[in-house]
Design a binder for this molecule. Sequence first.
Ligand code: HSE
Length: 436
Amino acid sequence: MKPIQVGLLGIGTVGSGVFSVLTRNQEEIQRRAGRGIRIHTVADLNTARAKELVQDNAQIVSDARSVIQNPEIDIVVELIGGYGIAKDLVLEAIAAGKHVVTANKALIAVHGNEIFKAAQNKGVMVAFEAAVAGGIPIIKALREGLSANRIEWIAGIINGTTNFILSEMRDKGLDFAVALKEAQRLGYAEADPSFDIEGIDAAHKATIMSAIAFGVPMQFSQAYVEGITNLSAIDIRYAEQLGYRIKLLGITKKTPIGIELRVHPTLIPSKRLIANVEGAMNAVQVFGDAVGTTLYYGKGAGSEPTASAVIADLVDVTRLLTADPENRVPHLAFQPNAMQNWPVLAIAEVTTSYYLRLSVADQAGVLAEITKILAGHSVSIDALLQKEANEGENKTDLVILTHETKEKNMVLAISEIQELKTVFGEVTKIRLENLS
Ligand code: HSE
């Protein structure tokens, strides 16, 4: 049978990985897909570099639209990134009746609803395994492997840059700014690292997983997003003394009143497998009512790990090409007419545990005042750590771990605690999840 013809839009890090893995493993891939998968044309503004990479094995053009309009091309792979031109090209490819594979998490999280609607109307597939956690087949697991379950929650380390920085802070006792510089020097963080360190990249990925897990639309604009820029090395140390590690987690949960969708630094017990995911690695923990806890681990970025996910999508699309659109796996796991409009809860309504660090006067009655305020807002204390004051100093650090409570209770309690004359500076608050 004639090979499937692919048009590659963009041949940067991921695109070159797709080209070399497809070339290297073509025989094995063909045995799986049932027919060959061939890169017909590569579109890239840097045609000289593209030529160097693919040589005479594919046509090279600078105009992506000519790929989309080429009747010989069956699948368009979008590896340009961002929500600008990439969005136009994906929608144009769908309108031209092409199936689309993309690694673009920002595009899917922000414009996915529009894109899937267009794809459904046109009867084409849009596959996006590479958009979440790079090489880890988490979309496949959520969409197909776990389809018997009511998924209750997902918690993931889904940004390698921030996990690398947090690992460095913990291992070497570095402050955030120093660890970030180190990450940039080693190529783990970009020159402008804001999407990663502010949690936006993780929120894109959490949004996508939330939609597929619960059968709801993409709701990126409703996600609560807090990055790691304000995290201190001291909190990582205190957390460790209490048996916890701090990770930037993307969390989504289904509760009786709505969906939680949030990204923030989180204490998790050191004994959990996911707490031991270090460096730039990713991991996603999923809890389903039938299966219980499952954990997926691997490289969340990089040329060939991401190419692995893109090519898996190419194989899927190739296999399903002849199936009627209604017999294919739905884009968002649930049948389009069975999607539900569950609201994303405001952060004030989220229920979680907390780590608090306070700088307090080392004198009689201070602890009593603080615990009274917490009790007044129904916040129950789980553990407490007080350091001996340094000699000659009349203040010390007090660290409190709480049981679960609503965020709004905690916010009110903290604002009252801050009023105390015996509490100095800002109270540090970090959320805590037991993941049990
Ligand atoms: N910048 C991402 C990360 C990789 O650090 O994990 C691509 O999503």
